[in-house]
Design a binder for this molecule. Structure first.
Ligand code: ADP
Ligand code: MG
Length: 557
């Protein structure tokens, strides 16, 4: 729909990039995208400040891709990211947005993978290089010319990069690029160190800052729940079991997500439908009418599609995907609590979105309490309650209408009224799990706890071996690798000995070292992924308590 696409279409992106964005399902640019894209397209240096989750990647990827010449087989854009995970994420995003640009190649360059193929890909003409600073410096040592053709530089999550101690590496990298390049810096915060870099290496940068204004929220009960991104559907289904809603609107970010979630809900028997910008106007109106009159109970929508939606029946707003900014959060939850009724707003928060939650709390001046996922007992109680309330009204006169039939059936079958009632219940509940054991077994899902509280092995608890859980535990912070030494408590080792040795011999900053766990016969230490190889080499001959440390990367699977 041209009207809805107006946002991106008006930005003068390369037509093939625009086409890919549309194919991705984004309906309109986020605030940071709207403001940054014209600035970067015009070739200015820029400092962009916005919270996590506001869409910064596309804010620089789309204009830079629009300015790259795919016919030139040489590195033209360099994106620096603090960690391997983020570098991979950014590289994947570039690939998605460049899908319809034949001849455009992206290479991710990070520690922990062999250097040869990375260098080869750069030399073979990848136009976009996404790298962590440590590994890129390693490449520069081998070939000081690798960056000599770069015309666009992006420092993504600049504050994080400095926190991880990449200042010196950044200086080396700056020197290896042409001075005529465009430089763009994105950061959630702008501490003094970042301003200093900007002053030294950016030319007349334009500032783009997404301000967060204070908002007032009416009497809406708000709560949030921590989940992993790939457990959102199961979490939604579980929450719906116990939430007593009349009508509910669920917000997601993309058209595809509206379709996926609506389908998952329908499959569970909910009267649900999707609402997105692809759906024709008259069909949209029909969906809203159905929600109003109760033919539908749940609508899964994008922000754009739900604009102006006013349905008094809505008791619940579920923010399945995080809104881009506090304003749109306030806007979304304002869909409930209409006409003096109380409303309830639930927000799913993935680990990396916690900062956005804090911003929302600050801006609205309200705490959004954490709730847990209901456990099997709570689900069972809710199911029985629903069954009770659906049967209770029938009891009054069912005996008059069906009492004789009951007598006849019990006689014909030769069973007790209790046996017959039980059979009818089984039929009426359609195979739904209604004992604690059954409900527990049915769990498609997630242990009942926030991700940070889960033990590393919790995934293994589920009998069915839900693979997603096993992939999902979060033992490590972004950019950290776990290393193991065979020295432990029985060798007289304490955490402080390990810390001291690594700090002294490895030359790391204290913040670069994560958790240290000393067990009886071994110890685990979390170290920065980037530059890990170099660090381990440095520590090769280190001794602790008179014994060789022999620190190695530890793989738990
Ligand atoms: P940030 O870098 O600000 O933390 P990201 O660039 O990682 O945010 O984007 C967060 C998520 O939002 C990603 O999943 C991305 O695909 C999605 N996203 C970004 N821009 C849009 C948009 N205009 N419409 C819908 N989804 C978007
Ligand atoms: Mg980002």
């Amino acid at each position: 729909m041209t009207q809805v696409l107006g946002g991106f279409a008006a930005l003068e992106l390369h037509p093939n990039i625009l086409a890919a964005v549309i194919a991705t399902g984004y309906e309109e640019p986020s605030a940071i995208q709207l403001q940054s894209i014209p600035v970067i397209l015009a070739g200015h240096d820029m400092i962009g400040q916005a919270q996590t989750g506001t869409g910064k990647t596309a804010a620089f990827a789309l204009p830079i891709l629009s300015r790259i010449d795919p016919a030139k087989k040489e590195p033209q854009a360099l994106i620096l990211a603090p960690t391997r995970e983020l570098a991979l994420q950014v590289a994947t995003a570039f690939e998605t947005y460049a899908k319809q640009m034949p001849g455009l190649n992206v290479i991710a360059v990070y520690g922990g993978a062999p250097m040869g193929p990375q260098l080869k890909a750069i030399r073979n003409g990848a136009q976009v290089v996404v790298a962590t600073p440590g590994r890129l410096v390693d490449h520069l040592r081998r070939d000081e010319k690798v960056l000599s053709t770069i015309q666009h530089l992006v420092l993504d999550e600049a504050d994080e990069m400095l926190k991880l101690g990449f200042m010196d590496d950044l200086e080396v990298i700056f020197k290896a690029m042409p001075e005529t390049r465009q430089s763009v810096l994105f950061s959630a915060t702008l501490p003094h160190s970042i301003r200093a870099i900007a002053e030294k290496h950016l030319r007349n940068p334009k500032h783009v800052k997404i301000e967060t204004k204070t908002q007032t929220v009416t009497a809406i009960e708000q709560a949030h729940l921590l989940v992993h991104a790939d457990q959102k559907h199961s979490a939604v289904l579980r929450l719906l079991e116990v939430e007593e809603f009349d009508a509910l609107i669920a917000f997601v970010r993309t058209k595809q997500a509206t379709l996926d979630l609506a389908a998952a809900l329908e499959a569970k028997g909910y009267k649900a439908a999707a609402l997105n910008g692809d759906i024709a106007q008259n069909q949209r109106e029909r969906v809203i009418e159905s929600l109003k009159d109760g033919r539908l109970d749940i609508v899964v929508a994008t922000d754009v599609a739900a604009r102006g939606l006013d349905v008094p029946r809505i008791t619940h707003v579920m923010n399945v995907d995080m809104p881009y900014d506090p304003e749109s959060y306030v806007h979304r939850i304002g869909r409930t609590g209409r006409a003096g009724r109380t409303g309830r707003a639930l927000l799913l928060v993935t680990p990396r979105e916690r900062r956005m939650l804090q911003v929302i709390e600050r801006v609205t001046g309200q705490k959004v309490a954490e709730v847990r996922l209901p456990d099997a007992a709570a689900v069972l109680t809710a199911r029985i309650k629903k069954l009770t309330s659906s049967l209770a009204p029938l009891v009054a006169d069912a005996e008059t209408t069906h009492g004789d039939l009951l007598d006849r059936l019990t006689a014909d079958i030769g069973c007790s009224p209790r046996a017959l009632a039980a059979a009818l219940l089984r039929k009426a509940t359609n195979g739904q799990a209604l004992t604690l054991a059954e409900v527990e077994r049915e769990q498609p899902l997630v242990p009942n706890s926030a991700p940070r509280e889960r033990s590393e092995r919790s995934g293994e608890r589920s009998e069915r071996g839900d693979v997603r859980e096993r992939r999902a535990p979060m033992p490590l912070a972004d950019g950290r690798a776990r290393c193991r030494t065979a020295l432990g408590a029985r060798d007289g080792i304490a955490a402080k000995n390990l810390l001291g040795a690594i700090l002294n011999e490895g030359g790391l900053a204290r913040e670069a070292i994560g958790r240290i766990q000393v067990r009886d016969s071994f110890s685990l230490v979390e170290l920065p992924e980037d530059g890990l190889e170099r660090l381990l080499t440095k520590l090769k001959d280190t001794r602790v308590a008179g014994k060789q440390l022999k620190l190695r990367r530890y793989r738990e699977d």
